[in-house]
Design a binder for this molecule. Structure first.
Ligand SMILES: *Cc1c(COP(=O)(O)O)cnc(C)c1O
Length: 389
């Protein structure tokens, strides 16, 4: 890597990230190239963001066409891509309204605001508690950190936004207890905890949560920031669980590489937000939305079936493989717990030309959704070898 970049980064970038010593200078599809021309197979998609890999032509054409027309107005005017994207998202999920922001955290902030306002109007101002799941992840703002059920993220930033309660994953009794002992406005969860280590929640648990929400008029918020937009082999991961959320939040892969967050609101709360209640300067940006529309249009049933098949290939490849303790995941979101430290595996894989991620004690794989089978096979072979060594 050019020493200069490393030095400048150290001097001028806030030290919030521990980077791997690789500078990505270009890419195409599932292949990335560093400054020395070394090629990598990308099993990260920039953390589930580049849905069709690097510099995808169709997506780029959609983005560039809009860029040449209007790059931004503000939300006091109409633009077509934003409205068309909202329509496509609502039609494909059954949700009624979309609010656009620029990130996952903002999508969740919107969901939390809608939930609090809904409960306050229907059940009174003292009903504001939101239950989330331990080991989940919902963002880095002060409120979404509070929603994140991981103590170690909370320590440095007290006091966080009050009003959050935490339940262990798959513990229905604990959930029932929390709901009966508190005034609860919403329950928020990821069907598959991404940052938490690719933990797939039990269907029984998620169904039970849905039932509790329906009975008590509690809003069910599903955080699809990482799991959404085809990643698990369905458009949204909750579609694997046969549940109907009241609010769906998404971000990461929706933009195909440009920043967007969306809070989709179902019929219960569709009219909760009124003029002036919420806003975002960049939210619904026409360039980003034009790209997202292209991403969404390409999420056909056939394409998502291929995602499921590729996911099964990965899981089957690592199940019972030497040096592997457990494998979890769904579609192209897979976590592998190696016997040796996950970080060591990732460092060695990068050395061997495969980019991958960690999540807690797991190696996390999030390849582009259109990764060619040959690249996937090659990457899996290398990761397997590194884990077995
Ligand atoms: C990444 C992530 C977020 C936060 O998204 P940002 O765009 O980084 O704000 C929230 N929830 C989940 C499940 C995520 O994976």
């Amino acid at each position: 890597m050019t020493e200069n970049i490393k030095e400048l980064d150290k001097q001028y970038i806030a030290h919030a990230y521990a980077r791997f010593p690789v500078q990505i200078v270009s890419g195409k599809g599932a292949r990335a190239y560093d400054e020395n021309g070394k090629e990598y197979i990308d099993m990260t998609s920039g953390i589930a963001v580049n849905s069709f890999g690097y510099a995808d032509d169709e997506w780029k054409d959609a983005v560039m066409a809009q860029l040449g027309k209007v790059q931004h107005t503000s939300n006091v005017f109409y633009t077509e891509p934003c409205v068309q994207l909202a329509k496509a998202l609502c039609e494909r999920t059954g949700m009624k309204k979309a609010f656009f922001g620029n990130s996952g955290a903002e999508a969740n902030e919107c969901a939390i605001k809608v939930t609090r306002k809904y409960a306050s109007e229907k059940k009174g101002a003292d009903c504001y508690k939101i239950i989330t799941i331990n080991n989940g992840f919902h963002g880095r703002t002060i409120t979404t950190l509070a929603a994140t059920g991981q103590e170690h993220y909370h320590e440095l930033y007290q006091p966080l936004t009050p009003g959050f309660l935490y339940c262990d994953a798959n513990d229905i009794d604990q959930m029932n207890k929390l709901v009966s002992e508190n005034k609860v406005a919403g329950i928020m969860l990821e069907c598959i905890q991404g940052e938490g280590g690719v933990n797939v929640l039990d269907k029984q648990f998620v169904k039970a949560v849905e039932r509790i929400c329906k009975e008590k008029d509690i809003l069910l918020i599903i955080d699809e920031v990482q799991t959404g937009n085809g990643r698990t082999g369905k458009l949204y991961s909750y579609m694997n669980y046969d549940v109907e959320p009241d609010i769906v939040t998404t971000a990461k892969g929706l933009g195909g590489g440009l920043p967007i967050g969306a809070c989709l609101i179902g019929d219960k709360a569709e009219n909760v937000l009124s003029f002036g209640d919420h806003g975002s300067t960049f939210g619904g940006n026409p360039v980003v939305c034009a790209g997202a529309l292209n991403i969404l249009e390409r999420m056909t049933d056939q394409f998502m079936q291929e995602i499921s098949e590729k996911g099964r290939f990965i899981i089957d490849s690592f199940k019972d493989a030497p040096g592997v303790e457990t494998v979890s995941g769904m579609g192209l979101m897979v976590g592998i717990k190696p016997v040796k430290p996950a970080k060591d595996v990732v460092v060695k894989c990068i050395d061997e030309g495969v980019l991958c991620l960690t999540a807690k004690d797991r190696v996390r794989l999030l390849p582009p959704l259109n990764i060619p089978m040959a690249d996937l096979e090659k990457a899996v072979q290398i990761i397997k070898r590194v884990i077995a060594e």
